[in-house]
Design a protein around this ligand. Sequence first.
Ligand SMILES: NC(=O)c1ccc[n+]([C@@H]2O[C@H](COP(=O)([O-])OP(=O)(O)OC[C@H]3O[C@@H](n4cnc5c(N)ncnc54)[C@H](OP(=O)(O)O)[C@@H]3O)[C@@H](O)[C@H]2O)c1
Length: 268
Amino acid sequence: MAYSETKCSEWCFVHTDFVVLKKLSGMNHTALITGASKRVGKALAEHLASKGWNIIIHFNSSEKPAEKLENELRQKYPQQKFGRVKANLAIESEVERVIPLVVSEFGPLDLLVNNASVFNPGYLKETDAQLFDSQINVNLKAPFLLMRDFASHCKKGNIINFVDTRITTNKSNFAAYSLSKKGLWELTKMAALEFAPEIRVNAIAPGVTLPPEDKDEKYLWNLAKNIPMKKPGGLEPILKSLDFILENDHLTGQLLFADGGENLGQNA
Ligand SMILES: NC(=O)c1ccc[n+]([C@@H]2O[C@H](COP(=O)([O-])OP(=O)(O)OC[C@H]3O[C@@H](n4cnc5c(N)ncnc54)[C@H](OP(=O)(O)O)[C@@H]3O)[C@@H](O)[C@H]2O)c1
């Protein structure tokens, strides 16, 4: 689909329903992180920026937090490049514009992190086609299309997919969500095989990490009572898993559980 472009200043390109903002400077490793304006995605962006990466913050509804994060990173790391890209990952045409647009503005990416996700409950019997599509489109189809486009536009680098420790169970209270993440793990292995050796593809499976936005820490600690390590993991195990994947250049098609042993089940 054609789209118009309006130059609104030296650093801002506005497309009709799609925005990329950029600032040029000098570093050479660039990561695109989906859903990077808040929570886990924001922590990934801050962590990689602290290690010298240029960061493209993808967002959908969180425009202000994305802008704030970009400005903070730019101030803290003036030698690096930061930008942001808006796309609704539930809409195929928006997903398919992300990589070509980002690459045209910033050059080839070195890392794609598929972090953005929706997480809505529903047993199988309660899941209508709309709920099914909403989880599958954002959590599986969008990563599929982004990975395909990363491979064809960037040629080499790393892809890291965020799945969920739930993929090890058959609990169906988040049936469509769980299925989307099980699919993303299968896709990780398939892509790792097809894209090797130029592109490594791995996954991280968080467990009890952060409470949903409408719940508090108490909710999280309550959930953590049932996992082997008996406490929420927070962000650190995820960031350490990210580093491990990036630093181990023989690792591909692997899944790191950052879940305090939750994938093992319960010992009683
Ligand atoms: N938090 C946990 O305890 C936990 C546990 C297990 C697995 N995980 C996995 O770890 C990853 C990060 O978790 P999180 O809790 O930080 O995620 P989250 O807050 O639920 O979602 C991250 C971002 O996804 C984006 N997103 C949602 N729908 C979108 C759409 N239609 N188009 C584009 N972006 C969309 C949102 O961006 P906008 O705000 O810009 O709309 C949101 O900020 C996820 O993949 C999640 O499944 C997390």
